[in-house]
Design a protein around this ligand. Structure first.
Ligand SMILES: *Cc1c(COP(=O)(O)O)cnc(C)c1O
Length: 397
């Protein structure tokens, strides 16, 4: 029986990084190498990460937000262009469109999964002439993969590109119509996919991000945009070379590079990615089993195949009460997310409360509880016991 009198030896956040001796040794070795930035470790991390998700190319960048920005640039998002995304995401998924002057539109979620509802996307597209929208940015929310085979079919009907925001889902997959596993970020359906290596995500590099794709053309464009729009590749020059130093700035790019130090950490973390994912899935199954017995606690998308479990989300009546109570028990939960269209910045652009009732209802009840690979069974039992205690107390009132 779970025990709420157990005292955890450390505060329990909703997510945290796991740094091993091997990670420290890998970063130390990189520090002692010849390159601190853009050395051989960057290319190695790109190659191995792309292989991990099953894509042809990887481009390492300074963070997930920079990855989204570069994707929007590489797909030529222009002022006034309209792009559809989910309101249930971190604001960066939408902001990348704004960086390029585009207009963000939203489709409501499927409340059973938290994912953008492709039926609602279809209705939104059908209500406008072809060409009205340019792109779609679905998000593998909490680690559950969007069915990109269906999204691709819809996108092709309407001439849209797809950026898959896979920040929550390295190692996640969905089953396609033939029953084959399609890994998040594998580039089979989306034009581009992005990942973040922020410490709360599966793989930590401090700051860091990655774009994966199967398009050689987009890959080359991304490499150029990542470093000021400059190329040195003889095959890409538009003028004749003046000599060995010659390079060309061909378009307006940025410095969104990731350093060798970060990539050394990423490579080391990547060797444990499967292990971490297996532990996340094991912990999620334990939560599923525990909460199945508790009427006051609903679980978002339990028992889904291919779920990568960045987050474990429960839904309760008195969410604020539970959040505050758990803090007194050293359990630091989080809310993912305040819907993007409810942010003051997006409300200034015309969005309002009531525009997307399903995600707004989800937001009123959701709570992400501790889930990370080093969470022990004992700590997890304590989390469950505290939640059950609160829910029973509030039902007794
Ligand atoms: C973390 C995250 C981002 C942004 O990544 P950063 O590395 O923090 O810039 C974008 N989208 C989603 C869904 C995220 O979870």
């Amino acid at each position: 029986m779970p025990d709420s009198t157990f005292r955890p030896a450390r505060p329990l956040p909703y997510g945290r990084q796991h740094i091993t001796e091997a990670d420290v040794a890998a970063v130390t070795a990189a520090l002692q190498g010849d390159f601190l930035t853009q050395g051989p470790t960057v290319g190695e991390f790109e190659k191995q990460f792309a292989a991990y998700v099953g894509a042809s190319y990887g481009v390492a960048v300074s963070n997930g937000t920079a990855a989204l920005h570069l994707c929007a640039l590489a797909l030529d998002v222009q002022p006034g262009q309209r792009v559809i995304t989910t309101p249930l995401t971190f604001a960066a998924s939408a902001n990348c469109v704004r960086y390029c002057g585009g207009e963000v539109h939203f489709a409501d979620i499927d409340p059973a999964t938290g994912l953008i509802d492709l039926q609602q996307v279809r209705q939104l597209l059908a209500a406008h002439p072809k060409g009205h929208f340019s792109g779609l940015i679905p998000v593998d929310f909490a680690g559950l993969a969007v069915n990109l085979e269906e999204a691709r079919a819809l996108a092709d009907e309407h001439g849209l590109w797809i950026i898959e925001d896979s920040c929550h889902a390295p190692g996640g997959f969905f089953l396609d119509a033939q029953g084959r596993e399609q890994r998040c970020g594998n580039g089979n359906f989306a034009d581009l996919a992005i990942f973040s290596f922020h410490p709360v995500k599966h793989i930590a590099t401090g700051e860091g991000g990655m774009i994966t794709t199967n398009s050689e053309q987009l890959f080359h464009r991304l490499l150029r945009l990542r470093t000021h729009g400059i190329t040195r590749d003889p095959a890409d020059l538009v003028r004749e070379s003046d000599g060995g130093w010659y390079m060309e700035m061909q378009e307006l790019g940025y410095n969104y590079r990731l350093s060798d130090l970060n990539c050394a950490l990423g490579l080391s973390q990547l060797t444990r990615a499967d292990e971490g994912l297996a532990r996340r899935r094991q912990l999620a199954a334990r939560y599923d089993a525990a909460f199945a017995q508790v009427p006051g606690v609903a679980v978002l998308a339990p028992g889904r195949t291919g779920h990568a479990f960045h987050l474990y989300v429960i839904e309760v009546t008195d969410r604020k009460g539970l959040y505050d109570y758990l803090r007194t028990r050293q359990i630091f939960t989080q809310v993912h997310y305040i819907p993007v269209h409810r942010m003051p910045y997006y409300e200034d652009l015309g969005w309002r409360a009531g525009d997307f009732p399903l995600v707004e209802n989800y937001y009123a009840h959701c709570l992400s509880i501790p889930l990370f690979p080093t969470l022990t069974d004992e700590e997890q039992d304590y989390v469950v016991a505290c939640i059950v205690e609160f829910v029973n107390l509030s039902h007794a009132d």
